[in-house]
Write a protein that binds this ligand. Structure first.
Ligand SMILES: [Fe+2]
Length: 229
């Protein structure tokens, strides 16, 4: 995902991907397992358990330099309002955990890919951009944090306020699915006409092959998005 060998001093906090387990004990098991197998998997870094934004988590950096979070919201879900806030991102992202399934030899079983992250210099302005231009929800998790998501799905992108935007390759992007190739074409035409008004720093050409269509754009914070169908 991260191209090249540049260093990103803000990681892992600002750029990582998250998977979720059901039980808190799995986080401890994951830390023990990954620490024991660190050389085998070429892990560059394994941060110990931390409680942050309601999640009990560990963070690790794999050989490709990407950071991952293994998270658990078991504690939050014991509270009545834990599931409902912030568009439901903390509720289970799976229909049911199969408690009778054989236990993983690793001691932990991620059940969902839950989130990615990006940076924005102004959380309020970025939330407005996300809603007005990308057509997604921007939930105010904290003053400097927005959870970006579609109302019908649970996975989300965390926008964290950062002092300086990062410069990533277009390969590091999030893709939004539209209902049809025509909708993608219409969106491209509209954004081409309103490019400076909505603050795009780059707008790729429309790629259409008869079956599908897509294009990429770069927002004012340097983040790449793809709209596709
Ligand atoms: Fe995270």
């Amino acid at each position: 995902m991260h191209e090249g060998a540049q260093s990103y001093p803000d990681r892992p906090r600002h750029h990582h991907f998250g998977v979720r387990v059901e039980h808190r004990a799995e986080i401890d098991a994951a830390w023990e397992y990954l620490t024991a197998h660190r050389d085998e998997y070429g892990l560059r870094q394994i941060d110990p358990q931390v409680v942050r934004h309601g999640s009990y988590s560990i963070h690790l950096q794999e050989p490709g330099t990407n950071f991952w979070e293994i998270e658990c919201y078991e504690d939050v879900l014991r509270k009545d309002s834990g599931e409902e806030r912030l568009g439901g991102v903390r509720s289970r992202h799976w229909d049911h955990a199969d408690e009778d399934a054989p236990a993983s030899a690793r001691g932990y079983t991620p059940l969902a890919f839950t989130h990615g992250t990006l940076g924005a210099t102004d959380a309020d302005a970025y939330g407005h951009f996300v809603e007005a231009v990308l057509g997604l929800e921007a939930h105010r998790a904290y003053a400097a944090v927005r959870y970006i998501k579609h109302p019908a799905t649970k996975h989300f992108v965390v926008a964290l306020q950062v002092p300086e935007p990062q410069s990533f390759s277009p390969n590091f992007r999030f893709t939004i699915g539209l209902e049809s190739a025509q909708a993608v074409e219409d969106a491209h035409a509209e954004l081409a006409a309103r490019r400076s008004e909505v603050g795009l720093t780059d707008l790729g050409s429309l790629e259409a092959d008869g079956a599908g269509a897509s294009f990429i754009l770069r927002d004012v914070n340097g983040n790449w998005w793809e709209l596709a169908a």
